[in-house]
Design a protein around this ligand. Structure first.
Ligand code: 5GP
Ligand code: MG
Ligand code: MG
Length: 190
């Protein structure tokens, strides 16, 4: 943070208002989350990480590498109808899992829970496929998420309602490539 433009060095000069979570703080939290998940994991079968594209892609790759146990990785892409900054809960599958998850211990890896509508839809959908269990790990959570009825076992950071970008999170497909989480300048919404 400080006086430096957070977008400097990443080609987004003048676009970000502030750094919310630095790269170091993010990475330390991911290690802690991975250790907690591994400590609770029982059985010999590796957990199946289900990454929700595209937002969770940075998170799942760092998370899998921080996990002190073997894991397998699957990808799912869903689209929730709504504006670019909020979701409606009406979800469509853009890319489904490549594999059967019956009998598997599934860990849904999410970037952010805002209303929680996307996540509760996804949880129900995966539940119908007969997994042994489903746990959820979310890097970020906003205050609205208290209304979600699904249990989110692991959360990285509780953040304010402000719209954030970086580390997988986009605004109109931009900023996913940033290695930290930042606040978009208000002038960028216009
Ligand atoms: P929910 O269904 O929980 O309201 O929304 C979840 C999805 O909305 C996230 O996976 C993400 O794509 C998007 N979203 C919610 N809040 C933010 C935010 O602050 N920044 C960005 N970039 N996306 C967000
Ligand atoms: Mg997401
Ligand atoms: Mg998005």
């Amino acid at each position: 943070p400080g006086d430096l433009d957070p977008g400097l060095g990443h080609g987004y000069v003048g676009e970000l208002a502030a750094t919310l979570i630095t790269q170091d703080v993010l990475q330390a939290k991911i290690v802690a989350l991975a250790e907690a998940v591994a400590a609770n994991h029982t059985g010999d079968t590796p957990p199946l990480l289900v990454c929700v594209l595209k937002g969770a892609v940075m998170f799942v790759t760092d998370f899998a590498r921080a996990l002190p146990i073997p894991s397998e990785m699957e990808f799912m892409a869903v689209s929730s109808y709504g504006s670019s900054t909020s979701s409606s809960g009406v979800v469509r599958i853009l890319k489904d899992l490549d594999r059967d998850i019956s009998g598997r211990r599934v860990i849904i890896v999410e970037d952010i829970i805002d209303s929680g509508l996307t996540l509760s839809w996804l949880h129900k959908n995966l539940q119908t496929r007969g997994p042994a269990s489903i746990e959820i790990v979310a890097l970020l959570r906003k205050p609205e998420a208290v209304k979600v009825e699904v249990d989110v076992a692991y959360v990285g950071f509780d953040i304010p309602t402000d719209f954030v970008v970086g580390y997988g999170l986009d605004f109109n497909e931009r900023y996913r490539d940033l290695p930290f989480v930042g606040l978009l300048g208000e002038h960028m919404y216009a």
